[in-house]
Design a protein around this ligand. Sequence first.
Ligand SMILES: Cc1cc2nc3c(=O)[nH]c(=O)nc-3n(C[C@H](O)[C@H](O)[C@H](O)COP(=O)(O)OP(=O)(O)OC[C@H]3O[C@@H](n4cnc5c(N)ncnc54)[C@H](O)[C@@H]3O)c2cc1C
Length: 459
Amino acid sequence: MKQSICWLRRDLRLHDHHALSMALQNGPTTVVFVFDTHILNKLTKKSDRRVTFIHQSLTEIENELVKKGSSLVVLYGAPEVEIPKLAEKLNVTDIFCNRDYEPYAKSRDKEVEKKLASKKIKFHQFKDSVFFEGHEIVNGSGLPYKVFTPYKNNWLHQFESSNKNIPDYECPLKNIRKFENPDSIVNKDWYKIIGFQEIESILPGGTKEALKRMKRFDGVMADYKEARNFPAVDGTSSISVYIRFGNVSVRDLIRSAAPKKSEGAATWLSEVIWRDFYQMILDQFPHVAEGSFKKEYDNIKWQGSDSHFQKWCEGQTGVPIVDAAMRCLNETGTMHNRLRMIVASFLIKILLVNWKEGERYFAEKLLDFDLASNNGGWQWSSSSGCDAQPYFRIFNPYTQSEKFDAKGEFIRLWCPELKSLSNKEIHRPENVPGYPSAIVNYELNRLKALKMYEAVKKA
Ligand SMILES: Cc1cc2nc3c(=O)[nH]c(=O)nc-3n(C[C@H](O)[C@H](O)[C@H](O)COP(=O)(O)OP(=O)(O)OC[C@H]3O[C@@H](n4cnc5c(N)ncnc54)[C@H](O)[C@@H]3O)c2cc1C
């Protein structure tokens, strides 16, 4: 008789789940999650919001499975060892999971598949975390796009040609394997087992939390086109961490935006397509994980210093909008998209620090860290990416601040030293006790950045 395992990775939910749906159709299914030592061992801080987020998401899943007489099997170790071991122990015939396009995930899955094949266990993978995969949206020559707009147009064309068909992969849990589990996520101290500590977060994990946010955003999506630019306004969905860990599906997002007629909904859908685009870029051009998409940009001679990088990390640059954004990141693990663009541009083109340093820092701190989107965002900001802003476009943090935080509300929240300044003074303060002076001169360093970039353009 056929027996399935559904291996959860970045898809921590029990609804509209492609792999789970297929596993349940195949036979009695055991749902499994592995705390992967290859990933966890690289996290230097042992209280990490992402780990807490995962723990909360798994707890919710466990509570649902228990209602059906089942449980989530949680393992700790190397997946290429743990998954085949469990499959043998349970006498399973087929393992199901959803595809992951990150280089590490691809090599891990190849290894797992090889080990399973030697035991005559089948390994099945499915499209789930993106709406269209890399090979589905290609240009007239059958090659992947390198520019977003034609990619998006083709994406929308294919979506509309299918009559806006959005699959919903049903997961009827009546075919779940029933058993009791003394080692479940709620029965054991899993934080202790994996060597991490629980940490409070403003965005708790789980599908219920995700749906709450989607419901709130549904009511304001029409205003998104304008509202999304202002960090002090709750104008975006805050769904990124939930889509990163798959508490909701990408199809859930598209289902909420596609039927709406507003410009706000169209703009939001476009952002979700950016996500597909960057997943496609990482899948089709994996060299971006190591360096610039446009390889000549790897030759830039960065002139910035370690101490300036450190001040940027700590939110002590003397540029209020940058400092407020970095302090918010350090404190909460979140940062508004407008601020991500401002701080990235400032680090690269004003502090003249290699964008890889900023990418690494965001990867360590962001709750919604996603290799494809983070790398895409940093390559866009540094002009080294596929469809990046031109190298001579350099955000002026002071005018950005005046435009997008005109009353200094966001700055006041994170830089209390500046609280009493007027709305005019707060963007470029001088000689404020307790607050640093600007560590570099914006106008001068802007010119240095242009020279630094021109040197590699001419070479
Ligand atoms: C330097 C830099 C680094 C970034 N790093 C990440 C990252 O690690 N993880 C991440 O999810 N996003 C990243 N982004 C993109 C973007 O900032 C976040 O997705 C967004 O701020 C999340 O907030 P939200 O859920 O309220 O987004 P909304 O504005 O409500 O957008 C809805 C969803 O669309 C997707 N999306 C929106 N903007 C982008 C974008 N520019 N690129 C790709 N997908 C997008 C996200 O999944 C987001 O949740 C980065 C952007 C920059 C400039």
